[in-house]
Write a protein that binds this ligand. Structure first.
Ligand code: GLA
Length: 665
């Protein structure tokens, strides 16, 4: 049986409402002083948009009473313990508001609020999937058909009323679970105790093994109520442990702040992995080690993100991307592929990874090309494991890849620049390094374009990264140590680095060998390009002086709401456009460290500017957001992305679609 204990929630709710209506005392009329003190509902009708929230207000609230709220149809609108109504999908429902006198525990219905939920067209839909889940073993990239009718039955529906907690286990050392009274809407719930006992790195609490209830590669809505004895931040995490070994937990949805002792609704969307291991579980964890409670857990198949975002941006720029690690890519197929058609690997294509565990030998590795410029008698065999996996997976997911990055001062091992590939020894000469550079670029590109689907997948290369910011924490770049040993400081740095020219020349030559020079682009990638635009132009024009080998600029865009203004970036785009460069926005994120609330308008202005420039002729051929969501961004503390958590879009997400469409049309 896939379905757990049925909750009969709506029937019980109706019965409770009828009962309480019958027993509710009428308010005596004509007694002004009593009337003034009696809590009443401010509004009996509210309208809320899908994904938006509105709070039910109560006039004459008194601390004598506790108030509770129940939505008669949680699929239309949910309501939190504080009366915050959230539109889930279009339709109508009623929220029943009850008041309990704290002293006497007398409960009565205060009133009902009619809720109308409206859907805003073209936006993200996070709604219940109308199709029942067919049993399937492989994931389907096609979202459930929205025109089919039957509602999916919950695959998990637990209210603990029958006392059965056998489907739960614990997560973390010392944690115990037990049935407890004082549930969210009845007198049964699950409690986790002993949470402070062990050394529980990734949180701890009650866990539910999902492997029996869900199917691989699908989306599920998880709705439940949580409570903690102390103020806390609640996180739901999932872990897909196999038969052996540890699997890193990932966060499901946003975290939720709860006040001590108050039941609060937790609402999120969970994408099941392509391979569901036996140990696949979700677990609840609170930032406080106080006891934690859960109740009313309903898990159902649901629908994800529509293709409006991807369609809009791919129509305008061609490539719309995100940055991923290989593991994230595997774990977040649904999310990534519904939003993007391009991906940049955060690490796997950097020298640090390719040179990691590279073999050094006197023999030329099988299939490798040794260029004439190569002067060493030792040969490196690169580590292509991750790259091969990425290409295979990207192809399978319908994603194309920006290769990031060949030449960079950072994340590149020191031995690569040293005699005998030995990091204890001195730097090699520039002529030895020329050979290594050609060997490195040629064999990587050759490997990729001779790997199955490599040609379909890798459409752009960051050949050189951050030359104009190559003094990390004041340390001179090793490339410059080799090529410009007498360079003393950044101010001495040449704007015509010979190795950058070599790198582009070699990369272009390889593209020509594979007939890809017109379909694949080679970029110089850097951050704060608006501060070094003229230097970049001088360098690219030097690189291209004997023939065009560099197509243009990857404008990393690690921005902040305070700086730079979109206008400043616009004038840089104008400069690059004047030079005839192709432009890609390669690493976009916009921090708002002060929570100023300006992120949405900043994103709107920025995207509006990009689309306006594109329309006016700038050759902007892609935008890549740097990360899936705030919680896994490298700048997580500035909450820089369009999603706070997976499947949890911010207003800025809707806004960028809206402005892009309106400017483009
Ligand atoms: C730079 C690099 C990226 C990445 C970020 C931090 O922008 O180009 O590859 O390392 O820093 O995530």
């Amino acid at each position: 049986m896939r379905t757990m204990t049925r909750k009969l929630f709506s029937k019980i709710l109706c019965a409770a409402i009828i009962l309480s209506l019958v027993s509710a005392p009428a308010i005596p009329s004509g007694r002004a002083e009593l009337k003034a003190k009696t809590p009443t509902l401010k509004k009996k009708n509210i309208t809320v948009n899908v994904g938006k929230k509105k709070t039910i207000s109560i006039k004459n609230k008194s601390s004598k009473y506790k108030f509770s709220f129940l939505s008669k149809n949680k699929k239309i609108a949910s309501v939190t313990a504080k009366g915050v109504v959230k539109g889930i999908k279009s339709g109508k429902t009623t929220v029943v508001v009850k008041q309990t006198e704290k002293k006497t525990k007398k409960k009565k219905t205060l009133g009902k609020v009619k809720v109308t939920v409206k859907k805003i067209d073209g936006k993200l839909i996070i709604a219940q999937s109308p199709t029942p889940a067919p049993v399937q073993t492989s994931p389907s990239p096609v979202p459930p058909n929205p025109t089919a009718t039957p509602e999916p039955t919950p695959c998990v529906d637990i209210d603990f009323k029958n006392g059965d907690i056998s489907m739960f286990t614990t997560e973390g050392e010392g944690v115990k679970i037990e049935l407890s009274g004082d549930g969210y809407d009845d007198n049964a719930c699950l409690k986790a105790t002993g949470r402070g006992t062990g050394n529980n790195w990734f949180g701890c609490g009650m866990a539910l093994n999902l492997s029996n209830y869900i199917q691989p590669g699908k989306l599920y809505s998880i709705v439940c109520y949580v409570k903690c004895d102390k103020d806390a931040t609640i996180t739901v995490r999932s872990r897909n442990s196999g038969s052996g070994g540890f699997s890193f937990p990932s966060q499901v949805g946003n975290t939720l702040d709860v006040k001590a002792g108050i039941w609060t609704e937790f609402n999120s969307v969970y994408a099941s992995p392509d391979v569901v291991n036996k140990g696949l579980k979700i677990y609840w964890d609170a930032s406080s080690t106080a006891d934690l409670y859960i109740d009313s857990i309903v898990i159902k198949e649901t629908k994800g993100i529509d293709s409006t975002f991807k369609d809009t941006f791919s129509e305008i720029f061609g490539n719309i991307g995100t940055c991923n690690t290989y593991t994230q890519m595997r774990e977040n197929k649904q999310f990534t592929t519904s939003l993007y058609n391009s991906v940049t690997m955060e690490n796997e294509m950097k020298p640090q990874y390719i040179l990691n565990n590279a073999k050094v030998s006197y023999d030329v590795p099988d299939g490798y090309v040794v260029p004439e410029s190569y002067k060493d008698n030792l040969y490196l065999e690169f580590n292509f494991n991750d790259i091969d996996n990425v290409i295979k997976t990207a192809y399978e997911y319908g994603l194309r890849v920006r290769f990031h990055v060949l030449v960079w001062h950072s994340q590149t091992q020191s031995f690569f620049f040293r005699q005998g590939y030995n990091e204890e020894r001195a730097y090699v000469t520039s002529s030895v390094m020329d050979g290594r550079l050609e060997y490195y670029i040629t064999n990587i590109m050759k490997h990729i374009y001779e790997t199955e689907h490599g040609k379909d997948v890798v459409y752009a290369w960051d050949v050189v990264n951050e030359y104009f910011h190559n003094y990390d924490k004041g340390n001179k770049s090793k490339w410059n140590e080799v090529y410009y040993p007498s360079e003393k400081s950044e101010s001495d740095r040449t704007k015509k680095p010979v190795y950058a020219k070599t790198a582009f020349t070699v990369a272009h030559k390889v593209l020509e060998q594979y007939g890809l020079q017109d379909s694949v682009s080679l970029f110089y990638n850097d951050y704060n390009t608006y501060e070094v635009a003229d230097d970049i132009i001088e360098m690219i024009n030097y690189i291209n002086e004997d023939g065009k080998v560099c197509d243009g600029v990857g404008m990393q865009s690690h921005l902040d709401v305070k700086y730079p203004t979109p206008d400043k970036i616009a004038s840089t785009i104008d400069k690059f456009t004047k030079e005839g460069y192709e432009i890609q926005i390669t690493e976009l994120d916009v921090t708002d460290y002060d929570n100023s609330g300006k992120q949405e308008s900043y994103y709107a202005d920025l995207i509006k500017m990009f689309v306006t420039k594109k329309k006016a002729g700038a050759d902007i051929t892609g935008i890549t957001f740097w990360g899936l969501c705030d919680s896994n961004s490298w700048r997580w503390d500035g909450k820089p992305l369009l999603f706070s958590a997976l499947f949890c879009p911010k207003e800025a997400f809707y806004k960028v679609i809206e402005v892009a469409k309106s400017v483009w049309e």
